[in-house]
Design a protein around this ligand. Structure first.
Ligand code: SF4
Length: 444
């Protein structure tokens, strides 16, 4: 008689970077013949991949672990919310095991111990690109783990350690497999994309027998050769980024690939005093001059950023400097948060915390300024034609994104008269309408 197939439930919390870790574990589980099931009732055990960066995420993680314990009882936790394993084991002593983040092998070890793997797994259970939590037409490509910076509000270096770049050959092989599996857009992620290869002294690796340096410039050149869109996240404004901008200005390459003229640069603030207190990378760079230079090389460049308002010690003058920066920089996409203490972060000990109501007031003023900038930038796109990648289609209408929109965090392009469009199609769209964040248009 055949043995029953062991079944694993999987809960993935948090940001895209965390989804990437989940995909690796899911792929391994399937490779070994485990079945992934969508309900607690059907599962023999549950793996919860948590996110531990901000306090709200720690609470969400602990709630999710509690729910999995109530509903199933056998729970392995990975990603470890908070700085210590004891955060989980104190709240939920019944969990079977807790591992740190980026620990697919350790998770598999615990799964094997509590739910032995089936005999004779078939490796062809996995599609060529592995299992992905994101839709089939775009995928996150993680190029490194950890970070050499020590921003005072952040505990990622404490959780994940210093920068460790993945070998370029391995990253490119994974990208190739994703493209073969149907991916049309690769989203390059890490904690610090511009630093890729620093830890390896930009060592030369190999891809398809050719030597390639482990460096951001060579990485994006090779990725664009795969014939897909390449989008860069978490880039700091170092001089080395200047070398990538001409690739963005080149437009579509002969094979259809493109380094998108899009940069996600987390500036976080503009006041020199606050940037210094935050210990931000590239804090001493003249950011406005750099942005100006980038735009002179690539006028179509879209810049997205995130900011923190109400950091300890932020005065009204510091905040005005930030608003002036927004006004001058004319960034295309902006997210903002009020500062909140993270358990274990150095910034918790800084003097002069900002009152909660002042933080909220500054956030509202900040978003007002940016909403006007964003609305005006999108208004200028009316009448233009943009290439759009389709994310959703119901046979009549469709929703997609242009080079200016990263999935999940930016706006979208709503397409009327989209008959026949399919998810993953590229289509030329004439823009007819806009609001503060989104565009509307018709296929040409
Ligand atoms: S750059 Fe700063 S905020 Fe980003 S991961 Fe490194 S320490 Fe954290």
């Amino acid at each position: 008689m055949n043995k029953p197939v062991p079944k694993v439930g999987f809960v993935s919390l948090g940001c895209p970077k965390n989804s990437y870790d989940s995909e690796r574990i899911l792929t391994q589980l399937r490779a070994e013949g485990y079945l992934i099931v969508p309900s607690y009732d059907d599962a023999d055990l549950v793996v919860v991949n948590t996110c531990g960066f901000i306090d709200a995420a720690v609470d969400e993680s602990l709630d999710a672990i509690g729910e999995a314990l109530r509903e199933n009882g056998k729970v392995i936790v990975t990603g470890r919310p908070g700085t210590r394993e004891s955060v989980v084991t104190t709240a939920h002593p019944q969990v079977l095991a807790v591992t740190g983040p980026h620990a697919a092998e350790a998770v598999m070890g615990h799964v094997h111990a509590h739910l032995p793997k089936p005999h004779d797994p078939y490796s062809d259970l996995i599609p060529p690109g592995g299992l992905k939590l994101t839709p089939r037409h775009y995928a996150y490509l993680k190029i490194s783990e950890g970070c050499n910076h020590r921003c005072t509000f952040c505990i990622i270096p404490a959780l994940r350690g210093d920068l460790v770049s993945r070998p370029i050959g391995e990253v490119l092989a994974e990208a190739e497999a994703l493209v073969k599996a149907g991916v049309k857009e690769l989203l390059v992620i890490s904690q610090d994309t511009s630093a890729y290869g620093v830890d390896l002294k930009y060592r030369t690796g190999f891809h398809q027998g050719r030597p390639v340096k482990t460096r951001m410039l060579e990485l994006v050149q090779e990725l664009a050769r795969l014939g897909v869109w390449v989008r860069l996240h978490y880039v700091y404004p170092y001089p080395s980024v200047d070398d990538v901008i001409p690739l963005m200005a080149e437009g579509e390459l002969p094979g259809g690939g493109r380094v998108l003229p899009y940069l996600d640069v987390p500036f976080q603030h503009a006041s020199p005093a606050i940037l210094k207190a935050m210990k931000r990378p590239a804090a001493a760079e003249n950011t406005l001059r750099r942005i100006e230079k980038w735009r002179s090389i690539c006028p179509d460049l879209v810049i997205r950023s995130t900011f923190i308002v109400g950091f300890p010690g932020e005065t009204e003058d510091d905040f005005d400097t930030l608003l002036d920066f927004l006004d001058e920089a004319q960034l295309d996409r902006v997210g903002a948060f009020t500062y909140s203490a993270v358990d274990g972060a150095v910034a918790n000990a800084l003097p002069d915390p900002v009152d909660e109501d002042v933080k909220q007031d500054r956030l509202a003023r900040f978003m007002d300024v940016q909403a006007d900038i964003s609305a005006e930038k999108l208004r200028l796109r009316r009448g233009s034609v943009m290439t759009v990648l389709i994310d959703e289609a119901d046979g009549r209408r469709a929703v997609g994104r242009s080079h200016a929109d990263a999935p999940e965090i930016d706006g979208v392009v709503h397409i009327a008269q989209g008959t026949g469009l399919k998810v993953g199609d590229f289509v030329q769209v004439k823009i007819t309408r806009s609001d503060d964040y989104d565009l509307w248009g018709k296929p040409l």
